[in-house]
Design a protein around this ligand. Structure first.
Ligand code: GRG
Length: 285
């Protein structure tokens, strides 16, 4: 059995290959503005961890999947994630100059191009999914429903609005809602999507949905702990509301609940996902 690091590096090589192939195909389309593709490629290829695609693939494999069937879903997840980061960095949102140690998309290109790069990525993600003839039409439809509901108005977008509106008087309930919508929703969609592609049962989907929620919340709390020095975020984090012991205990609680969900599944190959939960507890980026 391979370790998590080996599985991750194998998957990342496959994913980068899928992404290069996808971008190359787009470059052949003379209707695709060259600077738009350049700006999208810049953000898609700027060193993301590929956490959501890897999670989708790991869940797919847990339920016996072994082909390249997750390709379009993994690409779509990363495209939606990348759009959200590009738009989040814009001057009208967080107004950030750097992401992943490099100039943000609007700094490198322009505000107009960054805005449109995000619009294109979001829309193209659903074109890619809907036109993937490797997947049965019913699975494609379920994936589109899942991803659009998690990323849409009553999902990540409202999460962003609640985040913009909070004041220093924020309470834990509001912070949990923001984290659930902004972060856990997409991570949950990655996990459930992998199970849908592997055609898991309704009961299994429910358990994976629960697993994805707790992993997503744990991922965000860890992000808060890693961002402890970020002055802009200082009052809207688990750290400021609960202190280090409280935030660490919430992180552990969600991680334990994610692990308990896996245990309920009674599947033989849960160890990769268990390792992923433990990796999040220790990650440094
Ligand atoms: C603009 C509609 C809209 C939404 C933006 C996702 C989001 C909402 C904003 C990004 C800022 C942020 C801190 C979101 C929380 C989710 C999160 C931890 C994102 C970073 O994900 P990683 O660590 O990023 O997977 P990499 O760089 O590895 O891809």
């Amino acid at each position: 059995m391979l370790s998590l690091a080996e599985e991750q590096s194998r998957f990342t090589a496959r994913f980068e290959n899928w992404l290069q192939g996808y971008l190359q195909l787009q470059s052949l389309n003379s209707d695709y503005a060259a600077n738009l593709l350049q700006s999208q490629s810049y953000s898609l290829l700027s060193g993301g961890k590929r956490f959501r695609p890897f999670l989708a693939e790991a869940v797919y494999q847990l339920f016996g999947g072994s082909s390249d069937a997750t390709r379009s879903y993994c690409l779509s997840l990363e495209m939606v994630h990348t759009y959200s980061l590009i738009h989040d960095d814009l001057p009208c949102m967080d107004n950030d100059d750097f992401r992943r140690g490099q100039p943000t998309n609007h700094k490198k290109f322009s505000e107009e191009i960054a805005l449109l790069a995000g619009d294109g990525l979001l829309t193209d993600a659903f074109f890619l999914l809907s036109s993937d003839t490797q997947l049965p039409p019913s699975v494609r439809l379920q994936l589109i429903e899942l991803l659009s509901s998690r990323a849409g108005s009553a999902g990540m977008v409202s999460g962003q609005i609640f985040d913009m509106q909070v004041s220093s008087a924020i309470d834990l309930k509001k912070l949990q809602q923001i984290h659930r919508l902004k972060t856990a929703h997409l991570i949950q969609a990655a996990a459930v999507g992998g199970a849908l592609i592997a055609e898991a049962t309704g009961h299994e989907l429910e358990i994976i949905n629960n697993f994805g929620f707790h992993l997503g919340m744990a991922f965000q709390i860890q992000d808060d702990l890693l961002d402890a020095d970020d002055q802009d975020q200082s009052y809207k984090s688990y750290l400021s509301l609960l202190g280090l012991p409280g935030a660490s205990s919430e992180l552990q609680k969600h991680s334990d609940q994610a692990l308990s969900s896996l245990a309920i599944l009674k599947r033989p190959k849960t160890s990769l996902l268990e390792e992923l939960v433990r990796y999040n507890l220790k990650r440094l980026i």
